[in-house]
Design a protein around this ligand. Structure first.
Ligand SMILES: C[S@@+](CC[C@H](N)C(=O)[O-])C[C@H]1O[C@@H](n2cnc3c(N)ncnc32)[C@H](O)[C@@H]1O
Ligand SMILES: Nc1nc2[nH]cc(C(=O)O)c2c(=O)[nH]1
Ligand code: SF4
Ligand SMILES: [Mg+2]
Length: 209
């Protein structure tokens, strides 16, 4: 698999925030979000044999693996990596951008899917794969990055326009106003989480944290 970096940290995003995880960040992405904080994963990277990566997973002290990128699900060995990590007794959080099918990755309760719905400020042309909504389970969640009021209106309309029992995390684009999101959400009846990126609060904007 083409790897950008492998590191140990605290999960900084989403419903598993605060949990120590081994992060496996793959290279390459099929879209280019305007505000992507991991543009360094678009090029370069190191080809590491799946068996070697799974050895690192095996030796890791963390119960959890965060499989991210770049876009991890465009990697040819993505499913083999996930299946191999499960066989090693790990739990896996998959961070995926919503434009790639997730169906094959709902094979275990030890997988949690964080599926993005890209907001207008991402300025990406590739659409969210609506069929993915059929496969989102109770332990999975949709994440919408909010940069401005237009993104927030998009998110509220998206939430109101889809089935009720979906979990959502509204995450401010780093540096944007989380209070704007929180103040608006408390005025609604929406049952969503408003969460910042904890790792950036702790370490600043750095690679490998
Ligand atoms: C770097 S992406 C990698 C996984 C996958 N490509 C995706 O976009 O879901 C991981 C998460 O970081 C979020 N993200 C990227 N840049 C961000 C930024 N500047 N501020 C807040 N969240 C950001 C993405 O929306 C995504 O939820
Ligand atoms: N600590 C930490 N938590 C994260 N959760 C999702 C991340 C990502 O870049 O996919 C990330 C990251 O880069 N660092
Ligand atoms: S999909 Fe994820 S990795 Fe790709 S550009 Fe967007 S935020 Fe960055
Ligand atoms: Mg990140």
């Amino acid at each position: 698999m083409l790897i950008t970096e492998i590191f140990h940290s605290i999960q900084g995003e989403g419903t598993l925030i605060g949990i120590p995880m081994l992060f496996v960040r793959t290279n390459v992405c099929n879209i280019r979000c305007e505000w992507c904080d991991t543009k360094y994963s678009f090029y370069g990277g190191r080809e590491i044999a799946l068996s070697d990566i799974l050895n690192i997973v095996k030796e890791a002290k963390e119960q959890w693996v965060c499989f991210t990128g770049g876009e991890p699900l465009v990697q040819r060995d993505a499913l083999s990596f996930v299946e191999g990590s499960l066989k090693l007794g790990k739990k896996i959080l998959i961070e995926t951008n919503g434009t790639v099918p997730i169906r094959n990755f709902t094979i275990s309760d030890n997988i949690v899917l964080d599926v993005d719905v890209k907001s207008p400020s991402a300025k990406v042309r590739k659409p969210f794969l609506e069929e993915n909504l059929k496969y989102i389970r109770d332990t999975d969640y949709l994440k919408i990055v909010i940069k401005d009021r237009e993104d927030l209106d998009f998110a509220i309309n998206f939430i109101r326009g889809h089935r009720k029992n979906l979990n959502y995390v509204l995450q401010p684009a780093w540096g944007s106003d989380i209070r704007m999101i929180a103040d608006a959400i408390v005025e609604t009846d929406l049952n969503v989480r408003v969460l910042p990126q904890l790792h950036k609060i702790m370490y600043g904007e750095m690679r490998g944290v």
